[in-house]
Design a protein around this ligand. Structure first.
Ligand SMILES: NC(=O)C1=CN([C@@H]2O[C@H](COP(=O)(O)OP(=O)(O)OC[C@H]3O[C@@H](n4cnc5c(N)ncnc54)[C@H](OP(=O)(O)O)[C@@H]3O)[C@@H](O)[C@H]2O)C=CC1
Ligand SMILES: O=C(O)C1=N[C@H](C(=O)O)C[C@H](O)C1
Length: 251
């Protein structure tokens, strides 16, 4: 039985992770960390010294859905307590990402901008489509709830990286005014409204046709289930950086 802690436990995703964990018998959420303390679904949520709490609750893996400023000290606490770390938080700058990845020399670390299995498949399909449809215009769109603070979404950035690994395109974030399209650009658009759980779409247009590759999450439970699968998979592994694709492929 893998014992997990949840960072950002009182947030939208943290609560969903704790609720989803309650239905599983391969792992248990034993403690949460957040600014606001109390409990979520019977799991204590504390704000005390995280490394001490990880030892006290005998935590194997921490699942993090919080903010970058919280994830970095959390990674240090995981190193101190020798706990694995699954990171779903998005919005890191380059330095923050480097600091986070540095923790993987001491602990097993798995970070993903999207823990849905469908997005893994979308990434692979996008790679194949961009490779096959050379010269088609590319445009990337994402939509999320009105509480999301980072833009474009982490998933959109990951999809952009996939595209750029296949083709040399320059992102243009939104367009306004006189803005003729260059051949080597990719428009990137972020919408924020209501409680949209997460929608991503890449269109490839040319040769009198439009290919649309899209994914939409219907419930946060899809991300929570993927993150918990990652936590169960990560427990007991050697220090290093792992990829959610390995979990999906059952490696
Ligand atoms: N990889 C994936 O599959 C997914 C990733 N995400 C990402 O997860 C992150 C969280 O999303 P969401 O749950 O919607 O956001 P929320 O704002 O609802 O939750 C974040 C929580 O973290 C808390 N927090 C802030 N600072 C600390 C701290 N120092 N220690 C502990 N907790 C802290 C916040 O508290 P307070 O509100 O008081 O500041 C809040 O309760 C985002 O970066 C989002 O993009 C989301 C869905 C899926
Ligand atoms: O904040 C969210 O909600 C989500 N964030 C992730 C992202 O930034 O890509 C994943 C998912 O789309 C939901």
């Amino acid at each position: 039985m893998t014992r997990i802690a949840v960072n950002g436990a009182a947030g939208r995703m943290g609560q969903t992770v704790i609720e989803t964990a309650a239905d599983r018998d391969d792992l248990a959420a034993v403690v949460g960390f957040d600014v606001e303390t109390g409990e979520v679904d019977g799991v204590p949520v504390v704000a005390e010294d995280v490394a001490d709490a990880l030892a006290e609750y005998d935590v194997d893996v921490v699942v993090d859905f919080s903010v970058p400023a919280s994830t970095l000290p959390l990674a240090a606490a995981c190193v101190e307590a020798d706990a694995g770390l699954v990171v779903g938080t998005t919005g890191f700058d380059e330095d923050g990402m480097e600091d986070l990845v540095a923790a993987s020399t001491s602990i097993p670390l798995l970070k993903a901008t999207n823990f849905s299995r469908g997005i893994q498949v979308l990434q692979r399909t996008v790679r194949e489509a961009v490779r096959a449809l050379d010269g088609y215009d590319l445009e990337l769109m994402e939509s999320h709830h009105n509480g999301k603070v980072d833009a474009p979404s982490g998933t959109a950035k990951t999809l952009l990286e996939v595209v750029q690994s296949e083709r040399d395109v320059e992102p243009v974030y939104g367009r306004e005014g006189h803005a003729p399209r260059a051949e080597d650009e990719i428009g990137v658009f972020a919408r924020r409204a209501g409680d949209i759980r997460g929608e991503h779409e890449l269109i490839l247009a040319g040769n009198d046709e439009v290919v649309s590759l899209s994914h939409h999450a219907e419930d946060r439970a899809v991300f929570a289930a993927g993150a918990l699968d990652a936590a169960a998979w990560l427990a007991g592994r050697d220090a290093g950086q792992y990829d959610f694709g390995e979990v999906v492929d059952g490696a």
